[in-house]
Design a binder for this molecule. Sequence first.
Ligand code: ZN
Ligand code: ZN
Length: 271
Amino acid sequence: MQLTVLGCWAPYPRPGEACSGYLVKNESTVMMLEAGHGSFARLTKHIDYRQLDGVVITHYHPDHYADIHCLRHAIEGARRDGRMENKIKLFIPPKPSEIYRELAGFTKAFDVVNIAELPTSELPAALPGELTPGSSSSVSAKTAQLNELTLYFIPILHILPGYAVRISQGKQLSLFFSSDTAPTPEISRVASNVDLLLCEASGLNKDADKMAGLHMTSRQAGELARQVRAARLILTHFWPEYNVDDLLAEAGEAFGSAVSAAEQDKIYTLP
Ligand SMILES: [Zn+2]
Ligand SMILES: [Zn+2]
């Protein structure tokens, strides 16, 4: 499984760069995770958008979904011209309902899946051997299959409702993407023992009060990685005014291990 960073800035990008957008690929599946400002153009540097099997939008802040409109028009044009037959599966949250209704209306481009209506799996039963040994509480996640990838959606604690997502390939490889969220016990459970934790680091520890209940600081990202025993931590969702090295230093101190910062166009191979 490979993760390609299309954009890592929020809520606006640095010059020539993009907001939240990632490409998750394995041998059978190509998935776009988030479609923030500028991410569609970056995507087309790496793949032909017609190769996409699915797109996941975690919540409706523009830095996570604005470019879904670009993808919609590209697909509609390709299907109109006979360059593309299929539609692309689009996983989206149901609220705010006016935005959901707008996106759910793009039926010429997408097969829309309301994440809230997916079947529920009780974890850890669905992930034997992957979660932290000794933890007894179970947690439910909305679950979907995209070819060989299994997606587990868990609610975030943020300004808007939405989902963090664990992406697993069999029982071997897993990636957890925090989306935008304050720490929650459910996120710690579902992120357990991931091979790669892609976690927002929206502020420095000095900003913790401003972030409370909304976002994670870099230190909290490091603490989460240590708590869930993540094999690897990549920070993302950077406020453009920060020095990313400062965020890395705080996260590394809390994690107790090496931490990377998401870099646009960089490809990370799991494990
Ligand atoms: Zn954001
Ligand atoms: Zn947000």
